[in-house]
Design a protein around this ligand. Structure first.
Ligand code: ADP
Ligand code: ASP
Ligand code: MG
Length: 420
């Protein structure tokens, strides 16, 4: 008898029929003898719709209230799923994040989990023979304010609950068969990866492979939770995410990821003296703006240009902070370019194989893609390029590094394929 945490994403619970299908899957699991906890997301595009409603009211809604709003999406799904299980003649109970003690810091809209006190409440419900349903994406601060964990955060709830109750397995059910060598919606010849290390998955998730939220992978690595990422629309084996060992196939390149959710800010003619970068990025940090890539040009006549990329969702705050810092430092001007994208190549093998960067830049050049910024880690190379070039860039890299499979999967989306 295994203790399993399963997580179902938005598409997988996108309609009442699909919620019934999830309920049937959970009941079958329980009948097979497992103790089952299910973490669920908001239905379909509900979170996006809530975000747009808030934006119709205000350009920069108070973040506490944003969380109060966004947390409602998941609460609808947990109640409907519990009802669906009861309708099948089995016992279930739904809990919100706060009810199972998902305690977070106060970083509204992207709060970090500090502690999971799920153990007692979840275990006693399981002992009573119930299927336990938990709302993903939400938590509560020590002083009782509702928080959310950043977009895609239900993955992190699932891993955190799995760690908190000592589950044997954490299964993340989604709308594709697992983690692929590139987003299968962009590269139809992408291949499913059978097993990937935490480190590579961290880089893929951090650079746009949104199939698993970055924080969920960090949490899994820190707590030794093995993730099985798989489809909720079939029974095929998905992708195992775990610690690397000698049995794991060691590809030079594991995958190509891309991200169109960042913008580039450039500040021109900043005085070139010690402390300037500290002021710029200090003010951005104080404004709760995440900064990804940074580039500073060679200084000419005592001034320099600084560019950085930031998530579009942080842009209102980034604009305010940049305007302030420009005035304070007496820089000449600043501008924002939202039509940028980032393409990244990830693979543990690049540590020991020279020439990967050269091959990457050559493939992009041959595809006519201009490079704007470059950054690297020991197992990743990322380039900022024009947004309009991004799909071409991903496909060019995918084939240049021999990742294309012979099999073209035409149906990646249940919306146009199998359905629940
Ligand atoms: P869920 O709602 O189940 O959490 P998401 O939409 O957050 O699902 O994540 C699944 C999506 O991630 C897929 O539909 C796919 O388009 C996208 N994706 C991006 N990169 C990858 C990748 N490397 N492998 C698999 N899916 C990817
Ligand atoms: N519903 C939230 C989102 O859309 C959380 C999640 O789906 O993981 O971001
Ligand atoms: Mg997701």
């Amino acid at each position: 008898m295994a203790l399993v945490v399963t997580k179902f994403g938005g598409t997988s619970v996108g309609s009442t029929e699909r919620i019934m299908a999830v309920a049937r899957r959970l009941v079958a699991r329980k009948e097979a003898g497992d103790r089952v906890v299910a973490v669920v997301s908001a239905m379909g595009d509900v979170t996006d719709e809530l975000v747009s409603m808030a934006r119709e009211i205000s350009e920069a809604p108070p973040e506490r209230e944003m969380d109060m709003l966004l947390a409602t999406g998941e609460q609808v799904t947990i109640a409907l799923l519990a009802m669906a299980i009861e309708a099948l003649g089995h016992e279930a109970i739904s809990f919100t994040g706060p009810q199972v003690g998902i305690v977070t810091d106060s970083g509204h809209t992207k709060a970090k989990i500090l502690e999971v006190r799920a153990d007692r409440r979840v275990r006693s419900a399981l002992d009573e023979g119930r299927i336990v349903i938990v709302a993903g994406f939400q938590g509560v601060t020590e002083d009782g304010h509702i928080t959310t964990l950043g977009r895609g955060g239900s993955d992190t709830t699932a891993v955190a609950v799995a760690a908190g109750i000592g589950a044997d397995l954490c299964e993340i059910y989604t709308d594709v068969d697992g983690v692929y060598t590139a987003d299968p919606r962009v590269v139809p010849s992408a291949r499913k990866i059978d097993a990937v290390s935490y480190d590579e998955m961290l880089e893929l998730a951090a650079t746009g492979a949104r199939v698993l939220q970055l924080r969920s992978v960090e949490f899994a690595r820190n707590h030794g939770v093995v993730i099985h990422c798989r489809s909720s629309f079939n029974d095929r084996e998905g992708t195992i995410v775990r610690e690397a060992d000698e049995t794991m196939e060691q590809a030079i390149i594991s995958g190509v990821s891309h991200d169109t959710s960042e913008a580039k800010v450039t500040i021109r003619d900043v005085p070139d003296r010690p402390g300037v970068a500290a002021s710029v990025f200090g003010m951005l940090a104080d404004a709760n703006v995440n900064v990804d890539m940074i580039i500073q040009n060679v200084s000419e006549s005592g001034t320099t240009d600084i560019s950085f990329t930031t998530p579009v969702e942080d842009l209102v705050r980034a604009r305010r902070a940049t305007a302030e810092v420009v005035a304070e430092l007496g820089a000449r001007s600043w501008n924002v370019d939202e039509s940028v994208a980032k393409v990244s190549l990830v693979g543990a093998g690049m540590k020991t194989h020279p020439g990967v960067a050269a091959q990457m830049f050559r493939a992009l050049a041959d595809a006519g893609v201009n490079l704007d910024m470059i950054s690297t880690s020991s197992i990743r190379i990322s380039c900022v390029i024009a947004a309009e070039d991004v799909e071409r860039a991903v496909r060019a890299l995918h084939s240049s590094f021999g990742l294309d499979s012979d099999e073209i999967h035409a149906e990646v989306s249940p919306a146009c394929g199998e359905g629940a």
